[in-house]
Design a protein around this ligand. Structure first.
Ligand code: SF4
Ligand code: SF4
Length: 441
């Protein structure tokens, strides 16, 4: 069984929602769509207050090279366009819609029929993915069409699907692979076609036996799909680690996967690509896991973008009594939710209720030079050394020690017996060194 070689840790998996089928979350009465839900330049609002919009209609246009369109997941009236606090409490421009019963745009195929034949050309596929606002749904939300536009002089050999889902608790990609197998695989083949490569390589961690069996069974009816079973280890789902595990290629510091001939997309992205290209459906939903140690019934949901976080919690009987912290994304790399009235966005992969025991930060003590953080770092860094460089603002030294290549996986902080806040320091250092490098340029 393959895996990446350098570093990695084994946090408790806690995949309580592994067997929970994906449920469709009901429509809210009012929804808030943040205008920019992707990595890149802001989108330009294409509606006005008072407009009536149908499900699938364009709300904001991504006009810059790296940007993305946003479509209305609802039918209704634009009640207001104003800043709305996000999960971190930062106000972001949003289009607020009073939701009515769905009236889908006619051009969208809402039937259950699965369309297998891919008729569009490479360029048409990329255009369609751009038009439908597809972004990477592993969390980064980088516009997918940009990833598929290979710069001149570069050549892609591998189209890789990241099905590792290595963060604890999150199980929704696992369910997509089990429940929407054929559509997911057609999406993977569309990505392969867009990249002009003959095969697609899917990497699944071995803690998902049901998904592995189902994907292998259905993939046997396709040509050119390779399924790789990967030994479970965090952060297997990080792009550079997945590329290493599947191809043995190493992405050098400061380089991108495309520089070593690889493009990586995740499971939910492949499914959204299927819906965009074969069904003309824009990206209007998020697939997420609702879970936590004290959550009575952990679930997987398909939720329309713009649905308030609070409604998901209310629909499940409120927060568990011992909830100390809410997290969006996984416990290793996710973000803390401080505003429950925030709305679901593209790439919102989980809503986790963490208890006091699991979130409590122990008092940091002195580094005992045990080297565990070095052994755990998948990027070959020396976290025990980087953290004090940041603490004492030694930015040039931090730069020459490759702080910028940290992927913020948190493995070092997780493993440290002295509870040193290594990731906190390194994140701060990365942003300072990044700023310094931009100024120097
Ligand atoms: S957070 Fe950065 S420094 Fe720490 S283990 Fe991950 S890559 Fe290495
Ligand atoms: S794991 Fe913690 S205690 Fe051990 S060397 Fe790294 S920083 Fe020091």
């Amino acid at each position: 069984m393959r895996t990446f070689i350098k570093g990695g840790v084994h946090p408790e998996e806690n995949k309580y929602a592994h067997h929970a089928p994906i449920e469709t979350f009901p429509l809210p009465k009012q929804a808030g769509l943040y205008v920019t839900q992707h990595l890149g330049a802001s989108s330009v609002i294409a509606v006005s207050k008072g407009d009536f919009v149908k499900t699938g209609q364009l709300l904001a246009r991504g006009e810059a090279f790296i940007s993305a369109n946003l479509h209305s997941p609802f039918t209704g009236t634009v009640a207001k366009i104003e800043p709305v606090p996000d999960i971190a409490g930062y106000k972001k421009m949003a289009i607020v819609i009073d939701v009515e019963e769905d009236q889908w745009l006619e051009e969208i195929d809402t039937s259950a029929e699965i369309k297998r034949e891919i008729t569009l050309s490479r360029q048409e596929i990329i255009e369609k993915i751009k038009e439908k606002g597809i972004v990477g749904l592993g969390g980064a939300c980088f516009p997918t069409h940009v990833k598929l536009m290979i710069p001149e002089g570069k050549k892609v050999d591998y189209c890789i699907i990241n099905a590792a889902e290595c963060e604890p608790y999150i199980s929704v990609d696992n369910r997509i692979m089990i429940e929407r197998t054929e559509e997911f695989l057609i999406g993977a083949c569309i990505l392969r076609t867009a990249l002009g490569v003959p095969t697609v390589d899917i990497g699944i961690e071995h803690n998902k036996p049901e998904a592995i069996a189902k994907v292998k069974e259905v993939a046997a009816g396709f040509s050119g799909i390779n399924v790789h079973i990967l030994r479970t280890k965090y952060p297997q789902g990080a792009e550079k680690q997945l590329i290493k595990a599947i191809t043995t290629r190493e992405v050098p510091v400061g380089k991108l996967p495309v520089d070593v001939g690889c493009v990586v997309d995740n499971v939910a992205t492949a499914l959204s690509v299927y819906e965009a290209v074969q069904k003309n459906k824009p990206l209007m939903v998020s697939y997420l896991t609702y879970s936590g140690k004290s959550v009575n019934q952990p679930k997987n949901y398909k939720v329309r973008l713009g649905t308030p976080v609070s409604q998901i919690i209310e629909a499940n009987g409120g927060l568990a009594a011992d909830t100390e912290k809410l997290i969006s994304g996984g416990p290793m790399m996710g973000k803390t939710i401080v505003n429950l009235n925030a709305c679901i966005t593209k790439g919102f992969t989980s809503l986790l209720q963490m208890n006091a025991k699991d979130t409590k930060r122990l008092e940091p003590s002195n580094c005992i030079r045990c080297g565990k953080c070095v052994d755990a770092c998948p990027m070959g860094l020396e976290p025990y050394f980087l953290a004090p460089l940041v603490e004492y603002s030694r930015w040039e030294d931090a730069k020459s020690s490759f702080i910028i290549s940290c992927i913020e996986c948190g493995s070092c902080q997780f493993i440290c017996p002295s509870s040193r806040p290594l990731l906190d320091y390194i994140r701060l250092g990365k942003s300072k060194v990044g700023e310094m490098m931009r100024t120097q340029k």
